[in-house]
Design a protein around this ligand. Structure first.
Ligand code: FCB
Length: 437
């Protein structure tokens, strides 16, 4: 039996736009993701989050199900455009929904961990505007005041995705392609807004959730190794350093500047002047293998499939040791910072069996291997304090719409029936035993 430290927090995660639906109800305003999803060609099958899992109307029974399955922590996001429909005026009905959700969780003994920005920026705002950082600071203050008993606040989810997938690769809202200067500016406004929120009066801990990719050189050549350092800077250090050290990594500042995206052009003194983050939320799905491509794109390329390495149905490599490496590295490079795995999980093409159940042995095995990898990291000194599986239930998987199922609970979208998969029971057992066999 591999046991985790006492008080280790086991939970599940979701995000507002991916599950709530009720897109035009009780005063909710459009977010950039509503606009993006409603633009033909952006999402597989033209799916949108309009209805999603209808969680807005099923919140009580969803939390009951969580409790029945034995989950102890729930990471969810408050919909920014539900609380601030026009980006600047509070919608009390939106706040009230999250008040009821937190009350319900607490009544069931489930610890709420709230993400403030899981990508649903009010349509009236843009991260390219410095003013949006101040609007985020206000929104954070509103939520801190409304929900003082929440012990764990996460300012942003995966700012790398917002900035780089939204403005450089163009596959996420608002769908801008190839504008590295805008992407770097967006990343700075996100980091700055994290610091503004962290300086606002609050109770509980404040951290940030990052998409972290352990990165490995494809060969031992100096060029591949140097490219890997830069690529690690691009996905990881660019977001870790400002919240833990209050500055950007110098090598990346120079690299971005050499590509026409100089952060010093829009950074002002004090922008990163808030307190060190209380914890890092690490989202881990897969590794990146890097090789140099001088003069091309950012100067490197990623190999994301290697022969013989198994993948999930998302096509992502299954590499549990990457999680161990990542957790140890965070402790080593960032002064033993407390870490929560805020997302880890797998897509499989689940089906309802003739017995009416959903058997997902591959997902159980995936989670089992990653829990073992996390345990190994703790044994070797990592300061890991909790682990949230992505996701509580199947939901709107961004550009992939409803075609990719990450849930521990199956959602039959036609009827909105919830069917716990075998992995949900597995996760309940891991929680109850505080470990795995
Ligand atoms: C992460 C997102 C999350 C979910 C998973 C699969 O990038 O934070 O909302 O879509 O990937």
């Amino acid at each position: 039996m591999l046991r985790f430290p006492e008080g280790f927090l086991w939970g599940v995660a979701t995000a507002a736009y991916q599950i709530e639906g009720a897109a035009r109800e009780d005063g909710r305003g459009p977010s950039v993701w509503d606009t993006f999803a409603h633009t033909p060609g952006n999402i597989v099958n033209g799916d949108t989050g309009d209805v999603a899992d209808d969680h807005y109307h099923r919140m009580e029974s969803d939390v009951d199900l969580m409790a029945d399955l034995g989950f102890k922590g729930y990471r969810f996001s408050t919909g920014w455009s539900r609380v601030y429909p026009d980006g600047k005026t509070v919608n009390q009905k939106g706040v009230d929904f999250y008040r009821r959700l937190v009350d319900k969780l607490l009544s069931k003994g489930i610890l709420p961990a709230i993400t403030l920005n899981h990508w649903d920026l009010p349509e009236a705002l843009r991260w390219t505007d410095r003013d949006t950082a101040y609007r985020f600071g206000e929104y954070a203050e509103t939520m801190f005041r409304a929900l003082p008993e929440v012990p764990m606040w996460i300012t942003h989810n995966e700012p790398w995705c917002v900035a780089m997938l939204g403005y450089w690769r163009g596959v996420h809202a608002p769908g801008v392609k190839g504008d590295l200067a805008a992407a770097v500016k967006v990343s700075h406004h996100l980091m700055m807004s994290h610091h503004l929120a962290a300086q606002a009066p609050h109770s509980g801990k404040i951290g940030i959730t990052l998409s972290l990719f352990p990165s490995y050189p494809r060969s031992d050549s100096d060029a591949d190794r140097a490219a890997t350092v830069l690529s690690d800077g691009y996905t990881n250090r660019w977001y870790l350093d400002p919240v833990l050290k209050g500055e950007y990594p110098a090598d990346l500042v120079a690299h971005f500047a050499s590509l026409g995206a100089d952060v010093n052009e829009f950074m002002q003194p004090g922008d990163l002047g808030g307190p060190r983050a209380d914890f890092i939320g690490a989202n881990y799905y897969h590794r990146r293998i890097i090789h140099a491509t001088p003069g091309n794109d950012l100067g490197w390329a990623v190999t994301d499939r290697s022969p013989g390495v198994p993948t999930t149905d998302m096509g992502w490599e299954i590499v549990p040791f990457g999680l161990t490496d990542l957790l140890l590295r965070l402790g080593r490079d960032y002064d033993n910072v407390p870490v929560y795995i805020t997302e880890n999980g797998a897509v499989y093409d689940d089906e309802i069996s003739p017995d009416g159940q959903v058997h997902d042995p591959a997902r159980v095995e995936f989670l089992h291997k990653h829990v073992v990898a996390a345990h190994k990291a703790i044994e070797e000194g990592a300061n890991l304090q909790g682990y949230f599986a992505w996701s509580f239930m199947d939901n709107f998987e961004w550009a992939f719409g409803y075609t990719k199922r990450f849930g521990l609970v199956y959602v039959d979208y036609a009827t909105q029936r919830r069917i716990p998969k075998d992995s949900a029971r597995f996760w309940g057992k891991v929680t109850a035993q505080n470990g795995v066999e």
